[in-house]
Ligand binder design. Structure first.
Ligand SMILES: Cc1cc2nc3c(=O)[nH]c(=O)nc-3n(C[C@H](O)[C@H](O)[C@H](O)COP(=O)(O)OP(=O)(O)OC[C@H]3O[C@@H](n4cnc5c(N)ncnc54)[C@H](O)[C@@H]3O)c2cc1C
Length: 470
């Protein structure tokens, strides 16, 4: 069959790919998107969305146990793991089919199959029905990433899981080891621990959530210990001895080194959450001269690969590996390709990171440590949840808001929060960062009462010695 010609071929339909396709179609391009698994990519099917659905179940379960605090009663509180998983899968499916509707609405051609670049502007797709050839002047590569596997700690789906296995868990772990304390590891630790699993988190660095501000890591550590988690920092899982029972369960003995000492600890489940690797293989990238560094495609700030007409966005390129960074890059490359306006590269300092554990964590910009390391003279403000009326009314008085300002200019250069709903609050500071706001505008902004957002105001006032409610 003769190749089908388009203006743009997008490979991968995660948030980077589908957003690039929609924006390009809005700008009048004839677009085809190729997907080998499910529309919506990891984000909608195996990442952001199904995890949040599961964490919501854990949150409701937790609140039900606190019913008496609110003058309510609840008895016989329990959970049904298959029903929790079913809800999460249903939410993922609903959103994935929503992407199908968006593709139709924007007249984007969808080809289900495995894509490979065969030459400049040429892609070959292996589908159920055979090979389909596509051509276009421009190609956007958005093939995402998968879980990193460390030698000896590889997932087997029964005793040792990646996020994919954990999202369709067939049994509730009784003794769980989570290797890695980034957002993914901590969210699963929080989910299972809340539902009663005896949970241990092992982190090789000197603190959990190592990309967060050190005060946030320390607060989270204390909160998790209070919830019954075991946390091992500066610890390395050296090997796993697996003893399956033949019925999908069994025992894993983890050999863990801490401070030169080895310990052997038994678990029934291990979740490996030690990072991701880009899906760069079998795409024909090396053949056309695309540079790959440590399993991620190297691009310039406009996501150009150096090969004419080939762009790469999202998790297949550099950090931060977050859905909103991928989709923002999708819009940028679509506008570049369509020669629309003046697309701007991503500013990493304005990309927030959120972890939906209990308590939630959200941050944007520089940590205090980083701000000092790069030479800023800073002012730091803090405000605790216990000083906020809405937090107390909600029964969520745990947490704080920390803000960091450049002393010389008053610019907000970092914000770090831990506590209820901070993943929703952070957007206020993101807007501030985008507008390069200073303490003056933030101080003069009138925040509604009673809201958790008032803490964001108070933290700013505190940085300048003017906090009102603490
Ligand atoms: C458990 C978990 C929780 C997460 N939670 C969050 C969160 O709360 N917030 C957040 O911002 N981020 C979160 N992330 C990260 C987020 O999922 C990713 O940053 C995001 O999905 C990256 O989008 P992407 O477009 O680069 O690619 P992906 O979403 O990875 O999609 C890539 C797509 O490309 C397809 N593909 C690959 N190769 C081919 C090929 N050769 N041919 C055709 N198709 C191909 C894949 O099947 C996949 O569907 C989470 C990730 C995980 C694993």
């Amino acid at each position: 069959m003769a190749p089908r010609n388009f203006d743009l071929i997008v490979i991968g339909s995660g948030p980077g790919g589908y957003v690039a396709a929609i924006r390009a179609a809005q700008l009048g391009l004839n677009v085809v998107i190729v997907e080998r698994e499910s529309l919506g990519g990891i984000c909608l099917n195996w990442g952001c969305i199904p995890t949040k659905a599961m964490l919501r179940s854990a949150e409701v379960y937790h609140l039900m146990h606190r019913a008496a605090e609110f003058g309510l009663s609840a008895s016989g509180i329990s959970y049904d793991l298959p029903a929790v998983i079913k809800r999460s899968r249903g939410v993922a499916k609903q959103l994935s089919s929503g992407i199908g509707h968006l593709m139709k609405k924007n007249k984007i051609t969808v080809v289900m199959g495995v894509a490979r670049i065969t030459g400049k502007g040429a892609v070959s797709v292996t589908t159920d029905k055979g090979i389909e050839e596509l051509t276009a002047v421009n190609i956007v590569l958005a093939t995402g990433a998968r879980a990193r596997e460390l030698p000896g700690l590889e997932a087997d789906g029964e005793l040792v899981w990646t996020y994919r296995h954990a999202l369709v868990a067939k049994r509730m772990p009784k003794r769980l080891l989570v290797i890695g304390s980034g957002a993914i590891g901590i969210e699963f630790a929080s989910f299972f621990n809340t539902l009663g699993t005896d949970t241990t988190v092992v982190e090789v660095l000197d603190r959990i959530l190592p990309v967060e501000d050190a005060e946030v890591s320390a607060f989270a550590r204390k909160a998790f210990l209070k919830q019954g988690m075991t946390i091992m920092e500066k610890a390395t899982v050296k090997s796993l001895d697996r003893k399956p029972d033949g019925q999908g369960g069994g025992t894993v003995t983890a050999h863990i080194e801490t401070g030169g000492k080895m310990q052997a600890i038994d678990f029934d489940t291990v979740i490996s959450a030690v990072g991701i690797v880009g899906n760069t293989e079998n795409l024909g990238l090396e053949e056309i001269g695309v540079k790959i560094d440590r399993a991620h495609v190297v691009t310039d700030e406009f996501c150009r690969t150096g090969v004419e007409g080939l762009y790469a966005i999202g998790d297949i390129v550099g950090a931060p590996w977050l859905a909103h960074k991928a989709s923002h890059e999708g819009v940028m490359v679509a506008e570049l390709i369509a020669r629309h306006g003046h697309p701007h590269p991503i500013k990493p300092g304005s990309i927030a990171g959120c972890t939906y554990c209990h308590p939630q964590i959200a941050s944007v910009g520089l940590t205090e440590e980083k701000a000092l390391a790069v030479g800023f003279d800073i002012r730091v403000g803090r405000f605790p949840f216990i000083g906020n009326g809405k937090a107390i009314a909600l029964g969520e008085a745990e947490g704080f808001v920390k803000t960091i300002f450049d002393k010389a200019t008053g610019e907000l250069i970092g914000a770090h929060m831990i506590g209820a709903e901070v993943t929703e609050l952070i957007q206020g500071y993101i807007i501030g960062r985008t507008l390069e706001t200073t303490e003056v505008e933030l101080s003069e902004t009138v925040f509604p009462h009673p809201t958790l957002s008032e803490m964001m105001h108070e933290s700013v006032l505190d940085a300048y010695g003017r906090a009102l409610h603490f």
